[in-house]
Write a protein that binds this ligand. Structure first.
Ligand SMILES: CC(C)(COP(=O)(O)OP(=O)(O)OC[C@H]1O[C@@H](n2cnc3c(N)ncnc32)[C@H](O)[C@@H]1OP(=O)(O)O)[C@@H](O)C(=O)NCCC(=O)NCCS
Length: 115
């Protein structure tokens, strides 16, 4: 099934739902190759949540794209709002991610912070 690229940005509706609230977006969670597997991604995500809490923000949002980051966010109580295969995105005619492997996915993960 091909999903128009704009459908992915159902996220826009998601932001609208959160209009009354401010949050942090965790972009490009990366760990240098030689330090992978030491729990640093989890620590960085935890620190992001702590920053959001300290600032009185309502949520942390990120877009996991690997098994490891899906796992990190799940363990920290993020809700997976949406998950789709990159190969399913197109602008209507062409694949948006032509180099994606068939199983490559992107998610929208949100951790709501209760006040
Ligand atoms: C993905 C990445 C951030 C993970 O960093 P990391 O510090 O190695 O991750 P952690 O050590 O905190 O491990 C996180 C969890 O994922 C698991 N994990 C690690 N690699 C995994 C893999 N290839 N497949 C499945 N699970 C994996 C770990 O076992 C750990 O789970 P646990 O806490 O239950 O043991 C790092 O590999 C990276 O920078 N990759 C390249 C950039 C990238 O793809 N970023 C993702 C953007 S969303």
């Amino acid at each position: 099934m091909t999903c128009p690229f704009s459908d992915f940005f159902i996220e826009i509706y998601f932001w609208k739902l959160l209009e009354a609230s401010e949050g942090l977006e965790l972009c490009f969670l990366c760990v240098r190759a030689e330090y992978c597997g030491c729990g640093l991604a989890g620590r960085l995500a935890e620190e992001t949540i702590r920053l959001a809490v300290d600032r009185g923000l309502g949520f942390v949002k990120s877009n996991p794209t690997t098994e490891a980051t899906f796992r990190v966010f799940r363990k920290l109580g993020f809700q997976l709002i949406r998950q789709m295969k990159l190969a399913d995105y197109s602008d209507g005619t062409e694949a948006a991610f032509p180099h994606a492997e068939p199983d490559d996915c992107v998610g929208i993960a949100v951790k709501y912070i209760l006040k």
